[in-house]
Design a protein around this ligand. Structure first.
Ligand code: HEC
Ligand code: HEC
Length: 294
């Protein structure tokens, strides 16, 4: 009991300081953010949506954004009149997650190499599109994070994986992507892109689905552990760990919203405190009789 009293006393003493006030506010923000994230509509619909509904949503998105090139039922369009796309039957969810997740699809201009660009769809919409395309015919699924993460391995094992990944990269990938993964030219004005800053899941999916001239490295040819090793190697060659914004562990819009909430509002609060403390200080300056510490 005495102990409790003492620590309570310490807390209230601390609360008088402006920094402690900021801390309390931040804690409050974290709490509100967490509660919001837990009950936000995004996570609610994801949990509540059945496969049927997801496929239905995906089909609607597909008819609007993809059918023009890929056909009403994903069967492909053969005509060359500025309108062409291969059949998507059997390409699997992984191909959609890769193509739409890297912004390659929807393609803007047919006829040239589909370029990676800012993605057009939200993660949830990509899931729906992937579910719809997967329903057209069996194909590779979106890999689970456990398949490409080295978590749980000792430091020594991680180092071994990176070495092995480097060797596998050398034999399987350098011919097109260059020794350090910086990319290179291909015949007919096409190119193999730089692999720097590409999300781990997208690297895995690229191997799994072989976009354009890239060969398919199925899980029978290159086991998931080998793919994970290659990914670890590629990440180890990146001097700056994340390109194109914060990684946030790929946790999706909820964690990113949470991050914006904390950093955005947190810094506003911090700024308000800064202004407040500076106003006080300037007041003190105008009253020199009081001011001992300026
Ligand atoms: C302007 C035409 C066009 C539009 C619109 C378009 N695509 Fe494509 N898509 C293509 C072409 C051409 C290819 C093949 C060449 C390539 O991969 O660059 C392709 C390839 C793909 C692939 C790879 C197939 C494989 O064999 O791995 C997927 C998956 C895909 N598209 C999905 C979509 C989805 C989903 C949409 C809608 C969000 C979409 N596309 C919109 C033209 C289009
Ligand atoms: C024969 C040449 C070739 C080989 C071999 C090859 N790739 Fe590719 N790779 C390509 C091309 C071409 C593209 C671009 C496809 C596109 O734009 O749709 C590509 C795209 C990629 C991407 C997507 C990058 C991005 O910007 O989103 C990744 C990741 C990738 N390759 C990884 C690998 C890995 C890992 C290996 C070895 C296991 C490999 N590739 C082997 C030709 C190749």
């Amino acid at each position: 009991m005495r102990l409790l009293n003492r620590s309570a006393g310490r807390l209230s003493r601390h609360r008088r300081g402006p920094l402690a006030g900021l801390l309390v506010l931040l804690l409050g923000l974290i709490l509100t953010g967490t509660v919001y994230a837990a009950f936000s509509p995004a996570s609610a619909t994801k949990a509540g949506k059945s496969d049927e509904e997801l496929i239905q949503q995906g089909r609607e998105l597909f008819l609007v954004g993809c059918a023009f090139c890929h056909g009403q039922n994903g069967e492909g369009v053969k005509s060359s009149k500025g309108q062409y796309g291969p059949s998507l039957v059997g390409v699997g969810a992984a191909a959609v997650d890769f193509q739409v997740g890297t912004g390659r699809m929807p393609m803007q201009q047919p006829g040239q190499q589909a370029l990676a660009k800012k993605k057009v769809y939200t993660d949830e919409e990509i899931q729906a599109l992937a579910a719809y395309v997967a329903s057209l015919g069996p194909g590779p699924a979106i890999p689970d994070e456990s398949e490409y993460s080295l978590e749980g391995l000792s430091e020594e094992e991680q180092r071994e994986a990176i070495t092995k990944g480097g060797q596998l990269f050398l034999t399987n990938c350098t011919a097109c992507h260059n020794f350090d993964g910086s990319g290179g030219a291909m015949p007919n004005g096409k190119f193999a892109p730089s692999l720097k800053g590409v999300e781990k899941r997208h690297i895995f999916e690229a191997m799994l689905t072989g976009p354009q001239q890239m060969p398919v490295f199925s899980n029978d040819v290159l086991h998931p552990e080998d793919k994970a090793a290659i990914i670890a190697y590629l990440k180890s060659t990146e001097d700056t760990p994340e390109y194109g914004g914060f990684g946030m562990g790929g946790l999706g819009p909820v964690s990113e919203g949470m991050f914006a909430w904390l950093v955005g509002i947190g810094s506003l609060v911090g700024f308000a405190f800064w202004i407040a403390s500076h106003t006080v200080r300037s007041k003190k300056k105008t009253a020199p009789t009081e001011g001992t510490e300026a």
